[in-house]
Design a protein around this ligand. Sequence first.
Ligand SMILES: [Cu+2]
Length: 686
Amino acid sequence: MKVLVLCVLVAAAAAWPSFSEEIGVHFQNDAGGSDNAHKQQDINHLLDKIYEPTKYPDLKEIAENFNPVGDTSIYNDQGAAAETLMKELTDHRLLEKHHWFSLFNTRQREEALMLFAVLNQCKEWYCFRSNAAYFREQMNEGEFVYALYVGVIHSKLGDGIVLPPLYEITPHMFTNSEVIDKAYSAKMTQRAGTFDVSFTGTRKNKEQRVAYFGEDIGMNIHHVTWHMDFPFWWQDSYGYHLDRKGELFFWVHHQLTARFDSERLSNWMDPVDELHWDDIIHEGFAPLTSYKYGGEFPVRPDNIHFEDVDGVARVHDMEITESRIRDAIAHGYITATDGHTIDIRQPKGIEYLGDIIESSMYSSNARYYGSLHNTAHVMLGRQGDPHGKFNLPPGVMEHFETATRDPSFFRLHKYMDNIFKEHTDSFPPYTHDDLVFDGVSVDSITIDGHLTTFFDDFQYSLINAVDSGENIEDVEINARVHRLNHEEFDYKITVNNNHDDGHLATIRIFLCPIKDNNGITLSIDEARWLCLELDKFWEKLPGGTHTITRSSKDSSVTVPDMPSFQSLKQQADDAVTGGHDLDLSAYERSCGIPDRMLLPKSKPQGMEFNLYVAVTDGAKDTEGHSGDLKHGGTHAQCGVHGEDYPDNRPLGYPLERRIPDERVIDGVPNIKHTVVTIVHDPDHHA
Ligand SMILES: [Cu+2]
């Protein structure tokens, strides 16, 4: 390691003598344990006040003196990606700064991915860092931030780095215009302030009752990060294969849909209805949110008819795409680009289906099956200005950060979820033999603690939303948001095992509604599609009777609250100055439902749910996979970074297939359910 780093340093020092001192610092620490601290500090500095030139002298020097194509031996591709991007830059073809950025805009996405490709080809950190510092000053800020985030996530060089919460880097995408205006005013008057963020709309709008879910900053981070972990533009030539990406696309959005529906239940609302191309779009949406540059997010009034969108698609095209996908489901096969057929009535079928519905670069035939999900997002985003008459910027549906604010997001996803259901319903139900784990029974399930939901108050900094000026000091400016939370609890699951001592078991936990909004009891076949995945983990079972205790905090579906940008800066600076280690591994993944939202909000008088626990044969479920039993801690809906998904069973197993007769599942001793009551405490103060 040392020798390799030294060679690179010599080359670098020779090419850019002014760097040697700076790089020298890195070299010294590279030998010690605080390399991560330096990387973290670099990322913090690169993302600080992204709308302004960097204030850090070391980054400034790189930005002025570094030549991305000066020494192409620093890249794995001999500088091909860097040359491509530099050509665009010198030809003045890149999007200007101070302009909105949307990943769904083809040209803007291409530019961001050109920078991602450069970062991804870097052999060493100083190449990554130097290119990031250089292009930070040259490229559009939105493109830069996106490329840096996916660069850190997907490049090996980014291991160990915690990306700051996006709501503190690009706060405009997470809060509303009113709060941003107050933040500006606080800065100008030099009066620190904390401003309450109210949910969009008024109580005249029924949908506002559940706005706390779609506008939750943690849920927004989960959604945007999932799409960064599993980007639709990903190609395996970037370095590796994203295992079960198409199936995870289905599952993560299915769970978002189910969770939104269960929030509606406690708010006296019916489940979301699906979107229809030939129907009006029932709910409008007024985002009351502005871009940092580019004006306000467009409004869509209630009850408008779907319009063709110039340069995107006709409504009729969307209907054709849908009918081709439904044909594939009915036939049981997809026709690939070269005409050969791919059988989808097999366990991997949903993977192919997810790829064509999104569609991603993994789609077997994007020309024929189109791009239902991505195009629908843009169609919905443009309904306020479908012919571009008013030159409005993209709608909230055209950004993963903001999409879930719009009720049409959930209508769109309910529509796609039903297409997936058409496919999974075409499989035969599981039989007793399919489900049984011989010799193992779940004897009891109890909850230690209280299943209590409440709202907490949380603050985050808006300092990066406002501009700096000479002689204008930063003052503390925060947004205060109301967030769903719950008390921590433990599951106690008593399992009897007749197998050898230490047999591996998979424990799958789901929370399922019992009644619909009219108080009518749901059949198991209706309820199973509405179940929330609470956890999936592995345990070695001792022989005989054993009680498994599992904390709600450890769920593989959720992530903890992220450290603030300020705290990341402080921790990295302290570690660099003190020369000590920086271990932020608990926060490395921000894909996952916020742990405080594991339970759906309930009613003050309490609501009953069925808690299902399925214990299946872990040895079979994980055959062919290695790694510790934790698998990074967020595997359930976000997979294991850079590795195969650790569970061989279909996502949602054993509730993803039809259950026409509940006696089958009730007759399996390794699957058990119990009724639990969740209570919402409106007076709780966290
Ligand atoms: Cu999504």
